[in-house]
Design a protein around this ligand. Structure first.
Ligand code: SF4
Length: 270
C-alpha cells in the first residue's frame, strides 16, 4: 500500500550550511496529545489539513540534494498519529531521493529504542535528526502552555539519541509569552550545558512566528548569546501557510545568518 501523503506547505532553509527542504505534511491523524489533553496553548498545527492537491509523493521527486525535514504537527514516532504503514510510505519516498540529513518531529515520550532501531533499519547510512518542542527550560511555564512534559523527559531523550548517534533539535518558543521570552537566556545556557555534557551538537529551531511585534534588537542579542554559547540556532522564517512571518522584512539577513551561522550577517539590522 502506498497512499499519497498530502502536502500542506513546502519551504527552504539551511542546516549545517547545506540547503534544506521542509515538507509540511498532513499526517492523516491529528496530534494525539492534543486529542487527549487539549493542544499546547500556542499550537496551530496539531490538526492542520491540506487544501491543495500537492502531495509529498509528487513534490519530493523535484528534490535535488541537501537535507530534508518532514514536519506535521505532532509526533512522527507515535503509532496512533503515524501508523506503521504511513511511516513506511514516507521511508519509501525518502529512499528514492538523495539527501544528507532527515529531520522528523516527535514528543519525547515516543523517542524509544524501538523507534530508533526502526529509523536506522529503514534509513540506513543516513543522518537522522529528531526535533522536540522544548519551548522553554522552565517546567512551570511549560505547564502554563499545557506542554505535558518536563525538561527532564526531553534531556533524557537527547541522551538516548546521542547514544544512538542520532542528532537532536529543540524548538524554542519566542514572541509568544513575555515570561517565556524572559527565560530565553537561561534556556540557552542550559541547552549549552547539555550539549557540552553529550559532546554533540544540539540544533535549535528558534520559533519567532507567534507575535507580530518582534523586537528585532532583542532577537539579534539572543542570537549573539547563542553563538557565544557555541549553539547552532536557526531562525524560523516561514509563516507555515498561516500568517505573514513577523521577520519577513529581514528575510535576507536571517537567511544569510541561518546559512552561515555568523552574526556578521545581521550587522545591517542591529
Ligand atoms: S505543539 Fe506539538 S505536542 Fe503540542 S499540540 Fe501542537 S503538535 Fe501536539
Amino acid at each position: 500500500m502506498n497512499e499519497d501523503i498530502a502536502l500542506i506547505d513546502q519551504f527552504n532553509g539551511f542546516f549545517d550550511g547545506v540547503e534544506k527542504t521542509t515538507y509540511l505534511i498532513e499526517a492523516g491523524r491529528p496530534c494525539q496529545y492534543a486529542v487527549n489533553n487539549n493542544p499546547c496553548t500556542f499550537c496551530k498545527f496539531w490538526d492542520r489539513k491540506s487544501y491543495s492537491d500537492k502531495t509529498l509523493n509528487t513534490e519530493i521527486k523535484n528534490f535535488k540534494n541537501g537535507n530534508i525535514e518532514i514536519i506535521s504537527g505532532g509526533s512522527f514516532l507515535d503509532d496512533l498519529q503515524f501508523p506503521k504503514d504511513t511511516r513506511n510510505n514516507i521511508y519509501n519516498l525518502l529512499g528514492k531521493v538523495n539527501f544528507d540529513t532527515v529531520t522528523f518531529e516527535s514528543r519525547p515520550e515516543y523517542i524509544t529504542k524501538e523507534r530508533i532501531n526502526e529509523l536506522k533499519k529503514e534509513l540506513p547510512n543516513k543522518n537522522i535528526e529528531i526535533a522536540i518542542g522544548l519551548e522553554t527550560i522552565d517546567d512551570k511555564l511549560k505547564k502554563t502552555i499545557n506542554k505535558g512534559f518536563k525538561t527532564k523527559a526531553v534531556f533524557d531523550a537527547i541522551d538516548l539519541l546521542s547514544k544512538e548517534n542520532m542528532k537532536s533539535k529543540l524548538y524554542l518558543l519566542y514572541n509568544y509569552k513575555k515570561e517565556i521570552d524572559d527565560k530565553i537566556m537561561k534556556t540557552l545556557k542550559e541547552i549549552a550545558k547539555k550539549q557540552k555534557a553529550i559532546n554533540k551538537t544540539i540544533t535549535i529551531g528558534f520559533e519567532t512566528t507567534y507575535g507580530q511585534n518582534a523586537d528585532i534588537k532583542k532577537i539579534v542579542a539572543i542570537l549573539k548569546t547563542a553563538k557565544k554559547l557555541n549553539l547552532n540556532i536557526y531562525v524560523a522564517l516561514s509563516g507555515e501557510g498561516i500568517a505573514k512571518h513577523p521577520l519577513e522584512k529581514y528575510n535576507k539577513e536571517f537567511t544569510e545568518f541561518n546559512k552561515t551561522q555568523k552574526i556578521a550577517a545581521l550587522e545591517g539590522i542591529s
